[in-house]
Design a protein around this ligand. Structure first.
Ligand code: HEC
Length: 121
């Protein structure tokens, strides 16, 4: 009898702990790479971002501006649309637009720099 109630309360405890860890995991995103550690490619990408994306997307939070904040965009399981944040998907969204986001014509080399930068967020 005693052991049964013990195992039930253990199960409840495990569940609560799991829930707490799960929730904390949802809230805390992996940290961005500090600017002081950017490669030349990532630094160039940051400039492209400033020029073509910053007016609509915050890079350091997931809070929305005109579009969703892009902190940790490549590290999360799914982008706001539900699509996985692969370079291919992001490239299509960037070049051709997505929903209310307009497409931006970005030359290949700058696009590669931009993608490298997006991975630092
Ligand atoms: C004029 C404003 C605007 C500009 C400029 C802009 N975006 Fe967006 N972006 C949006 C909006 C609005 C959405 C949400 C679109 C929707 O889901 O309908 C979005 C969505 C996204 C998404 C999420 C796509 C998804 O599948 O959920 C990514 C990634 C993104 N933008 C990256 C970029 C990058 C990188 C740039 C710079 C090249 C950029 N955006 C430029 C407005 C903008």
């Amino acid at each position: 009898m005693l052991s049964r109630s013990l195992s039930v309360s253990l199960a409840v405890l495990t569940c609560v702990a799991g829930l707490a860890i799960g929730l904390a995991g949802c809230r805390s995103l992996p940290p961005s790479k500090p600017a002081s550690e950017w490669t030349p490619e990532e630094a160039r990408g940051a400039q492209v971002y400033q020029q073509d994306c910053a007016r609509c997307h915050y890079p350091t939070t997931t809070q929305g501006l005109h579009g969703p904040g892009l902190q940790a965009i490549t590290k999360i399981k799914a982008m706001p649309s539900g699509a996985p944040p692969t370079d291919e998907r992001m490239t299509v969204a960037i070049l051709h637009g997505h929903g209310t986001m307009p497409g931006t014509a970005i030359p290949d080399d700058q696009l590669n720099d931009l993608l490298a930068y997006l991975h630092t967020l």
